[in-house]
Design a protein around this ligand. Structure first.
Ligand SMILES: Cc1ncc(C[n+]2csc(CCOP(=O)(O)OP(=O)(O)O)c2C)c(N)n1
Length: 316
């Protein structure tokens, strides 16, 4: 990837981080309900989402902010949604856990773990029936990959030849349970041949590696007419949910992954190679901080939805 792409990726990853830190701070201040942050997963989000075409669609899970912001979500509207305000993506009714944004091709955020898997298979089927090209990207966690729904969804998509990019963001945690307690094997991508499809495992802290792997996967979906299973290996650097004291996390394991923070890795690489100088970096940091503080002001000024809106735009 060229330098310009890398610098833009760095800025977007920093925007995601700043958004997530603000969401957590708002929660701590009692100004927003609890949310699940994706700190540590920024390279996976940007690397994959930036490999997608404009008409491709995304289904995601309870750690969705990175996917939404990578796709170009407006930070004002995203923060407003997280604070339950009228100007949010779903009129403040989804909160942080169920955001959908059809204008960005983000079909849904499922907080039913694994719910996105079955629905992505269905969205891909409907696209094919409508004669649409492109892929559906489905983001899920290693916990979801241990569910029965994973098997049914991937198997059916393989049998029917549906263009789904299944992206398992393996962040080592399944709420408060470490993945070592639920899997005897290291790799989720290793399951791909069992479904007759291709898969790959990539360092999810390296945005360039993730992006290249995602582009390769999308090209293979087009060539083979089959889904593809991409595993991005990351670490959840914050708790499962806000607030979370993380008392169950091994501090040494956490520290070893914190030393591989995806944003630091890219920034050090760019600064180390001379592609990014201090003044440009300061400019990026200031722009990101300004953007998020504007978003916070916008979201705080947005009203809560009116009581009469309670039954509009909802099912059941
Ligand atoms: C069907 C279902 N079971 C349990 C839960 C409670 N829950 C929410 S997130 C989570 C852990 C999911 O782990 P993983 O899929 O690895 O995603 P991560 O949180 O690590 O990103 C659980 C068990 C839920 N939301 N839905």
């Amino acid at each position: 990837m060229n330098t310009e792409w890398m610098i833009e990726a760095l800025e977007r990853m920093m925007l995601i981080r700043a958004h997530e830190e603000t969401a957590a701070a708002l929660q701590q201040a009692g100004r927003a309900p609890g949310s699940c942050t994706a700190i540590g997963g920024e390279a996976s989000a940007v690397g994959v989402v930036w490999a997608l075409g404009e008409d491709d669609e995304i289904l995601t899970n309870h750690r969705s902010a990175g996917h939404l912001l990578a796709r170009g979500a407006d930070p004002n509207r995203l923060l407003a949604e997280i604070m339950g305000r009228q100007d949010g993506y779903c009129g403040g009714k989804s909160g942080p856990l169920h955001v959908s944004a059809s204008e960005l091709g983000v079909v849904l955020t499922s907080t039913i773990v694994g719910g996105e898997l079955a629905l992505a298979t269905g969205v891909a089927l409907s696209r094919r029936m409508a004669g649409r090209e492109g892929v559906v990207a489905c983001f899920f966690g290693d916990g979801a990959a241990c569910q029965g729904r994973f098997h049914e969804s991937v198997n059916l998509a393989a049998v029917w030849g549906l263009p789904v990019l299944y992206v398992c963001e393996n962040n080592h945690w399944q709420a408060f349970v470490h993945r070592d307690e639920t899997m005897l094997v290291d790799s989720i991508a290793a399951r791909a041949p069992g479904y007759g499809i291709e898969g790959a495992r990539v360092d999810g802290t390296d945005v360039i590696a993730v992006h290249e792997a995602a582009r390769h996967a999308i090209a293979r979906i087009a060539e083979t007419g089959r889904p593809y299973l991409l595993e991005t290996v990351t670490y959840r650097l914050r708790g499962h949910f806000e607030p979370d004291d993380m008392a169950y996390v091994d501090p040494q394991e956490h520290a070893s992954w914190a030393a591989r923070d995806p944003i630091d890795l890219l920034r050090n690489r760019l600064v180390g190679s001379g592609a990014l100088d201090r003044a440009t970096l300061d400019g990026i940091e200031a722009r990101v901080a300004r953007r998020i503080s504007m978003a916070e002001a916008f979201a705080s000024a947005s009203p809560f939805p009116a009581p009469e809106a309670l039954t509009t735009h909802v099912y059941a």
